[in-house]
Design a protein around this ligand. Sequence first.
Ligand code: FE
Length: 220
Amino acid sequence: MSRPFEGSYLGDGSKITDDTQLECGICWWVYDPALGDEDRQIAPGTAFRLLPDTWSCPNCAADKSKFMVIGSAGPQANDTVQNAANAYRRAALAMKGMPIYNPTLAVEAVGFRSIEGREAGIMLTPWFMNLTVLPSAEDQKVWVKGGSVRLAFPSGAYDFMVSELPDFGLVATCPLFSQMADFTDHEAAQLAALSAANALFEAEEPEPAPTVSRRQLLGG
Ligand code: FE
């Protein structure tokens, strides 16, 4: 029998209180005891330890033992990025079952990096993929909900819409995919997100310096 990995429900059960949120180690779907699991008639306020053994991840069907205390594993996202991803996961609960929701996908913050006090990367969800920027302390004072901001990256400047993410705060987003139906699995969507994140932070190739002068070229 293999040992449960550090931070998993089985490996770390003593650290879990009745209101601890756990995330699926496969797809990062979050179980929030405050919300329960409406689809399976799990009442709000149900601690993770009280879920039936037959309960599994509503997003990917992984079993209970695959769940981990949030932040103990998964992508190397800092707290701010993790909080934003969790806010989208809450939103995902309300989106589930809607035509634009692709149930093979999960919420994941991909390729986030700190730049000028901001966190920027790709937010992948079952219903969109956005270039997403989480504001710096300075941005918090000047960004306006419903407004737009132009932000510069090594690859260029992009226009973002500022909106308010419930349970989080202001976010600036620039859509990459406004519908996700064409992605057949989470891995494919992850790859697309990662390549977009890398492209964002990659500097434009400078024009190669001419190796011959115009005079030389003309034989002068
Ligand atoms: Fe899952």
